[in-house]
Ligand binder design. Structure first.
Ligand code: IMP
Ligand code: MG
Length: 179
């Protein structure tokens, strides 16, 4: 589909499913090199990272464990400025190499919130992998992702996990709002 419509807005194809799949495989290979000899613990930030997480982990060739956290900071197409922990972390990550898996880092508020929560448990290391990154919008410097799939401009994007008011997550491609 070249374009889709939601809430009277038109979104155009931006990153195809094929390009996403290729980049996810590259990321998994790169991370496998960096974590050779370790058994990292991946944390999926629900809901947005669900497809990226499942594709990335299946492409990751080393032993690993996984868990889930659910954060919410968005309302429609605007960040609310506050983070709500809808599903808290329920796994002990002490001495573990933690890799947080995000769909997109925009202002960095979500990671700025989550990293100190994890650090309280004294993990061996914490890194963030984000499929998308909007560097021009980063407000919290400590939240810059360690691994990035694609750097994108500031426009609102949907698909492959990213939503507009809960809709459009299941689109296989990523779309950007037409101006
Ligand atoms: P941050 O906390 O400002 O970095 O934003 C992170 C969260 O906001 C992401 O995990 C997404 O859930 C959501 N978000 C940010 N930008 C977009 C977008 O362009 N489309 C859909 N969701 C977004
Ligand atoms: Mg998210």
């Amino acid at each position: 589909m070249a374009s889709v419509n939601y809430q009277f807005m038109t979104f155009d194809t931006y990153i195809s499913a094929e390009k996403i799949a290729e980049r996810v495989r590259e990321l998994a290979q790169q991370m496998a090199k960096d974590y050779a000899g370790r058994t990292p613990h991946f944390i999926c930030v629900l809901n947005g990272a669900v497809f990226f997480f499942s594709d990335l982990l299946r492409a990751f060739p080393l032993d690993c464990t996984m868990s889930f956290v659910q954060l919410r900071s968005y309302d429609g197409t605007e960040s609310t400025g506050e983070v709500e922990e809808v599903k808290p972390i329920d796994v002990d990550v002490r001495d573990r190499d933690v890799i947080v898996v995000e769909d997109i880092v925009e202002t960095g508020l979500s990671m700025h919130y989550l990293k100190p929560v994890l650090e309280e448990q004294k993990p061996r290391s914490i890194r963030v992998v984000s499929l998308l990154y909007k560097p021009s919008e980063l407000h919290y410097e400590d939240a810059a992702p360690d691994y990035v799939g694609f750097e994108v401009s500031r426009e609102f994007v949907i698909g492959y996990g990213l939503d507009i008011d809960g809709i459009a997550r299941n689109l296989p491609d990523i779309y950007t709002l037409r101006k």
